[in-house]
Design a protein around this ligand. Structure first.
Ligand SMILES: Nc1ncnc2c1ncn2[C@@H]1O[C@H](COP(=O)(O)OP(=O)(O)O)[C@@H](O)[C@H]1O
Ligand SMILES: O=P(O)(O)OC[C@H]1O[C@](O)(COP(=O)(O)O)[C@@H](O)[C@@H]1O
Ligand SMILES: [Mg+2]
Length: 488
């Protein structure tokens, strides 16, 4: 039986504990759909590739570290072109929409969807929905052609515009139906994928031949199951510029401190990777690792020690870090944005003020503190080279899946192989940095900052160590490991 609110699960069991968590297919609710030969068969670039078409039985394992006797565990359907397709080229009427916050690479995904559909499958009807979900019923559409999108990957943002809130499922599906759209590509984060999932359910209920495909977007890298999200690499790279500036500023003056705030509402991946990459950072604070300011083992004590040793220091803080501390000291009321996401208090400003006050009142030291908030500057840049290639693979995997009749899925790499993942798997949890894993330990060891863990937390972590740190298939895992990025 499916957990509440996730629709029907399609599970296929095999030998030795093998489970395929399959994605829906148009033929699940529209029987006897005709199939056609994949036009890529005659494409001069691809026809020379040995085994270009993906074998129908190919699946991708979610966990690749196993023991001799481990069950084979969860698998996902491998992405890629199929020999038979369920749409003829001139029958396809595709649309693309971008929702939620900006992220480097949105335009690249749009470009590659349009070029892939046009050049690989001969599709000529592609619409861009403007301004996010609400654009389906409240805004204009724009016609997308390979020519019109040719240069857009060099620009940040999204040429389609985006929004939060405004998801009205029946109005969206009415609009899809009225316009005769039969492939819907939805680029967005966890909220967007939840929205895509209900759109798919409504389309299924109405029995429409429409493929709904989610392409995961989040600069925070907090989408479950997939190795990492596009734009994350670009963000980590761009963050280096801010960290460098903070370092230069702080080492040029007496008692210099540079504070850099980076994005990461619930997860500190950008802050953690930017810190590990830079090597100029003395302390990194993330939402997953609570910290405290005063007393033994606290942040103030550490800052004092670093200043004594080096004369300056750089602190990186993820925007979601320390929110409970700020709320305590400011008696803040909960506020939400249009999509229901919690609005955060500015931890960078708050922390800077607290540090300055502490040193001037308690230590009689006037710090030279510079606070840098590059968050929106990072989010607004175009994707870097490696994200561009990644966006291309995502877009192509997405459109191959739609052409093959799959629907109601999100696409993304699992252990390096692009896969079709049921919506519920990417919306039921969010990825977070696991502070008892090796990667966070590497960070602690590289900055030599305090862990801020209470004695009890250390004991709990030790106890856990007596069991295998990397849980194996079939074992209970409430923590959400992000295989390739996080585990060594
Ligand atoms: N549970 C949900 N069901 C339907 N739509 C949702 C849900 N959560 C968010 N959305 C819609 O998805 C879009 C983007 O969500 P948001 O949380 O702002 O960004 P992101 O997709 O990046 O997480 C918004 O238009 C919002 O209304
Ligand atoms: O100012 P906005 O548009 O609400 O965006 C801020 C938020 O967007 C993010 O960059 C990403 O969030 P989403 O993945 O939900 O778009 C967060 O890190 C940040 O808190
Ligand atoms: Mg979100």
């Amino acid at each position: 039986m499916s957990p509440e609110g996730i629709g029907e699960q399609k599970l296929v069991y095999g030998e030795a504990g093998y489970v395929l968590e399959d994605v829906p297919h148009l033929t699940d609710f529209i029987p006897d759909l005709p199939t056609h030969t994949n036009p890529l068969q005659d494409n001069q670039a691809y026809s020379v590739v040995k085994q270009y078409f993906v074998n129908m039985d190919d699946t991708v394992a979610q966990k690749i570290v196993v023991h001799k006797s481990s069950p084979r565990g969860t698998h996902f359907r491998r992405a890629g072109p199929r020999q038979r397709v369920y749409f003829e080229s001139d029958e396809v009427h595709a649309c693309v929409v971008t929702c939620g916050g900006l992220c480097p690479g949105l335009n690249t995904v749009i470009r590659e969807l349009v070029c892939g559909l046009a050049y690989m499958y001969g599709v000529s009807k592609i619409l861009g929905i403007e301004g996010g979900y609400r654009g389906f019923y409240a805004r204009n559409t724009i016609t997308l052609t390979p020519k019109s999108v040719n240069d857009i990957h060099k620009r940040g943002g999204t040429i389609l515009g985006t929004s939060r809130g405004g998801h009205d499922t029946s109005k969206i599906v009415d609009s899809i139906q009225d316009r005769g759209i039969n492939q819907v590509y939805i680029i967005g984060g966890d909220g967007t994928q939840k929205g895509a999932s209900v759109i798919f359910e409504e389309i299924k209920r109405r029995g429409l031949k429409v493929s709904v495909v989610g392409i995961p977007k989040t600069i925070d890298n907090d989408i479950a199951v997939i190795d990492k999200s596009f734009g994350f690499d670009t963000a980590v790279e761009e963050a280096q510029r801010a960290i460098n500036a903070a370092h230069v500023e702080s080492e040029s003056v007496e008692y210099g401190i540079g504070v850099v705030k980076l994005m990461g509402r619930y997860s500190g991946f950008i802050a953690m990777y930017a810190t590990l990459a830079s090597r100029d950072v003395d302390c990194c604070l993330i939402p997953e690792s609570p910290f405290y300011l005063e007393g033994k083992g606290g942040l103030f004590e550490f800052i004092e020690k670093r200043l004594k040793e080096n004369g300056h220091m750089v602190l990186v803080v993820a925007e979601g870090a320390g929110q409970e501390l700020i709320a305590e000291s400011m008696r803040f009321m909960d506020h939400e944005d249009a999509s229901g996401n919690k609005l955060l208090l500015d931890v960078g400003l708050w922390l800077s003020q607290k540090i300055k006050n502490h040193f001037s009142t308690k230590k009689n030291i006037t710090l030279n503190l510079k606070y840098i908030d590059p968050t929106y500057m990072i989010r607004a840049i175009p994707s870097n080279a490696s994200d561009n290639v990644y966006c291309t693979l995502l877009a192509q995997s997405a459109l191959h899946g739609a052409m093959a009749g799959y629907t109601g899925f999100t696409v993304g790499p699992v252990n390096g192989r692009h896969s079709y993942i049921p919506f519920y798997r990417v919306t039921e949890t969010q990825n977070q940095v696991v502070i008892t894993d090796r990667m966070w330990a590497r960070l602690l060891s590289s900055t030599n900052q305090p862990s801020f863990l209470s004695q009890k937390m250390v004991e709990d972590a030790r106890q856990e160590e007596e069991h295998p740190t990397q849980l194996l298939d079939g074992e209970e895992d409430s923590r959400n490991h992000n295989g390739v990025v996080l585990l060594s």
